[in-house]
Design a protein around this ligand. Structure first.
Ligand code: 13P
Ligand code: SF4
Length: 306
């Protein structure tokens, strides 16, 4: 089947089987086209809670499918490509966090939503990239272990000097590749352009940007302004925006470095195979693990998180 035939076949199959297709913004534009809902990981899992379909297919990485399952345990959740993991989410050993909790009983543990279910289950509260500062500010403890992203943790520390943020050695290898020199060079190449950056990038680069925010916040900034913008996050954001605004001055910073190869493992053929029972993987989580992980997400909502 060619691309158009595959898209047509996917649309028919998902309708016939009553499957909702979710896609993270970092997916290829072809995947975004066949999705029912596009967004960041937390927005997708929230949206899946309120749909009539009992089957959900996630085009993204494993922790995203797990988060959907944690929030909608009664649904059948499929990950479209079984090998699509997130190196950051899977980087930390839960035993290390367990040891930290034992030796620092008065510290709170905050987990970025980009973590495995095991790590979420060990945390007191989850945060997203758009809610991290707000949630950490509201956690009563002054000492906070922030996992797994040392860069987002450093950003939170810079925004909240009243807190003591403790970090472990984890990060997103894609965003972590960005340096302050790359930002300075891009500004020289595109004078007057604003820089929008994801806080998963190192703080030395983030502090040079005009806007720091999650995928959604970067998109909102670009939708809401007519400025020329240098985009310093995974290139899927840029790829989607140039289709929408072919005449805007938008520039992708370091397109090769800012490509998440795990996110790009999803293909139309893979989606079709998952829908027809020849591929993908059903997410199974042990009941105890699921309810402990859910507790840290519910605490995020309690603290007012988005
Ligand atoms: P958000 O889309 O939640 O900002 O996260 C970025 C990311 O790296 C997703 O894997
Ligand atoms: Fe993980 Fe980074 Fe890829 Fe997001 S961009 S899925 S955090 S490796």
């Amino acid at each position: 089947m060619d691309t158009q035939q595959l898209k047509q076949a996917i649309m028919e199959e998902k309708k016939r089987k009553g499957v909702l297709i979710l896609a993270h913004t970092y997916q290829d534009p072809d995947i975004l086209e066949i999705a029912d809902i596009v967004g960041d990981s937390y927005a997708l899992s929230k949206a899946a809670q309120n749909v009539p379909q009992n089957k959900v297919l996630m085009c993204g990485v494993r922790f995203m499918a797990e988060t959907v399952k944690i929030l909608s345990p009664e649904k059948e959740v499929l990950l479209s490509h079984a090998d699509a993991g997130c190196p950051m989410a899977e980087q930390l050993d839960p035993a290390e966090v367990r040891r930290y909790r034992e030796t620092h009983p008065d510290h709170a543990v905050c987990a970025y939503v980009n973590t495995t279910a095991q790590l979420k289950a060990l945390a007191d509260v989850c945060v997203t990239s758009s809610s991290a500062v707000e949630i950490v500010a509201r956690v009563p403890q002054e000492d906070i272990l922030f996992i797994p992203d040392k860069n987002l943790g450093a950003y939170v520390q810079a925004m909240l000097p009243q807190k003591r943020i403790h970090l472990m050695d984890g990060c997103c290898p894609v965003h972590n590749a960005i340096t302050p020199q790359m930002i300075e060079q891009a500004r020289r190449a595109h004078p007057g352009a604003k820089v929008a950056i994801h806080p998963e990038c190192p703080y030395e680069a983030v502090r040079l940007a005009d806007v720091a925010g999650s995928t959604k916040e970067i998109l909102d900034f670009i939708h809401g302004s007519g400025d020329a913008v240098i985009i310093a996050t995974e290139r899927g954001v840029y790829d989607a925006l140039v289709r929408q605004y072919p005449n805007r001055a938008l520039y992708q910073l370091e397109p090769e470095l800012l490509t998440c190869h795990d996110m790009k493992k999803t293909t139309l053929q893979g989606v079709y195979d998952a829908l027809t029972g020849k591929g993908g993987q059903t997410i199974e989580l042990d009941g105890q693990l699921l309810s402990a992980a859910r507790g840290s997400i519910e605490n995020m909502l309690r603290y007012g998180g988005r």
